[in-house]
Design a binder for this molecule. Structure first.
Ligand code: NDP
Ligand code: MG
Length: 389
């Protein structure tokens, strides 16, 4: 029996890499549903290639998209809106959900997959940043498998012992979360004139615009710090960030006997995607073999928190728990969108995130509805904070 896959965010960077791996293993996986937000023409082409039963777009483009879907992919039912995403993530015929929507918009559907016992290939780190405890609890109760696509977390998952899931931390002394440092790791120019084009030009990875800007501010590493705390059920003191500009080691686990296990590979998201699709087996991902002799040198350095205040704020949010993650995540999303639209400067993003942190509280939200309500409040706050800049 082929595994039925719902791919949320099919038109994005992770979506495209996922389709590439799925196509290589069409004998094992069948694409059940795909989603996009506004890029419906790109989604239509995906439907022509993969013949899913359902496709989901935003309400705002549904009427425009419908005639072309009816004409060119009559066997694919076109749906729209946030509820349709949740329905596709929890559909009884679906085995695997690839959660690759960007931002807080991905939470309701990935949470639905967690509640409904699916294998979740989690790229949408914002889900865990916003609601990690509730999310992991829902997955535990339903028997869902939360497998990390984020390359660092996938590396940590591969470096930890199998029995970690039963008895966390036994024999392990530390998690090393590595990061390239982004395009401005050693930048000597003027931070106030950095353009969106400069900020999204990541030295090693090709990714969507939002995560590329997050990498440039190192907020991405901060979000990943929070993600790792929830995913591996550890406190902030258990994780240390290490800058590694080549992005060859994707993260490491240190053991009490002095061993350090790292996962290495070329920076290509098809590796973690294939790992999660096949786990605990292995399948070909189409990724070029790693050639260490050609790379010749691997470098490491401590993170510079003065240069990247977003990283510091996110680590503080991980220490405090409560709603801090929701506040800084929402404010960051609004600030990054404003930067990409030319409304604020690159060096203003961190200030918005820092001020949002001050709005957080250590009271834990008790439900996803509460998480979404705080998220909405934080977005409104960030909009007006940016308006006042
Ligand atoms: P992209 O911007 O490339 O793609 C985002 C996808 O989400 C698109 O399909 C987009 O549709 C859809 N989308 C956007 N807004 C909404 C919305 N409001 N509701 C529903 N769908 C929406 O992002 P990436 O693929 O780079 O990243 C996706 C997620 O994976 C992020 O959470 C990111 O942090 C994480 N991630 C990404 C990595 C990477 O290498 N790219 C690495 C590790 C994690 P449309 O195309 O129509 O706009
Ligand atoms: Mg990552």
């Amino acid at each position: 029996m082929k595994k039925q896959v719902t791919l949320l965010g099919a038109t994005g960077s992770i979506g495209q890499s996922s389709l590439d791996v799925l196509q290589r293993h069409a004998d094992q996986f069948s694409v059940f549903a795909v989603s996009a937000h506004s890029q419906w023409a790109k989604l239509l082409e995906i439907c022509e290639r993969f013949n899913p039963q359902y496709a989901v777009v935003a309400d705002s483009v549904f009427d425009e998209a419908r005639p072309a879907f009816a004409d060119r992919v009559p066997k694919t039912t076109l749906l729209s809106g946030a509820k349709a995403l949740v329905d596709m993530a929890s559909h009884s015929e679906v085995d695997v959900v690839v959660a690759a929507i960007v931002g807080g918009a991905g939470l309701p559907s990935s949470y639905a997959a967690a509640k409904n016992g699916k294998r979740i290939l989690l790229a949408n780190k914002e889900s865990l940043v916003m609601s990690g405890a509730l999310f992991m609890q829902a997955a535990k109760e339903s028997g869902a498998e939360v497998l990390p696509v984020d390359s660092e977390h996938n590396a940590i998952f591969q470096s930890l012992p199998d029995r970690w899931r039963a008895t966390p931390q036994e024999g392990v002394s530390k998690i090393w979360l590595t990061g390239s440092g982004g395009p401005f790791r050693a930048y000597e120019g003027d931070w106030s004139t950095i353009t969106p084009q400069q900020a999204v030009a990541h030295p090693n990875w090709s990714m969507g615009a939002k995560i590329s800007v997050d990498s440039a501010t190192m907020m991405n590493k901060g979000l990943e710090f929070l993600e790792a705390c929830h995913l591996f059920n550890v406190g902030a003191e258990f994780i240390e960030v290490l800058v590694h500009p080549e992005s060859v080691i994707h993260s490491m686990a240190a053991y009490v006997d002095g061993s350090v296990i790292a996962q290495m590979g070329n920076p290509d998201m098809r590796t973690p995607i294939a790992h999660c699709l096949a786990w605990p087996d292995r399948i070909d991902a189409g990724v070029a073999p790693l050639n260490l002799a050609d790379i010749a040198q691997l470098n490491f350095e401590k993170p510079n928190y003065d240069r990247f205040p977003c990283l510091q704020v996110a680590i503080e949010a991980a220490k405090q728990g409560g709603s801090y993650g929701i506040w800084i995540n929402a404010a960051n999303e609004i600030a990054v969108a404003s930067f990409l639209n030319g409304e604020i400067r690159f060096d203003q993003i961190a200030g918005v995130v820092q001020s949002a942190f001050a709005q957080g509280s250590s009271v834990m939200p008790e439900s996803i509805e509460q998480v979404l309500a705080i998220d909405e409040q934080a977005r409104a706050w960030a909009d007006s904070a940016i308006g006042a800049l």
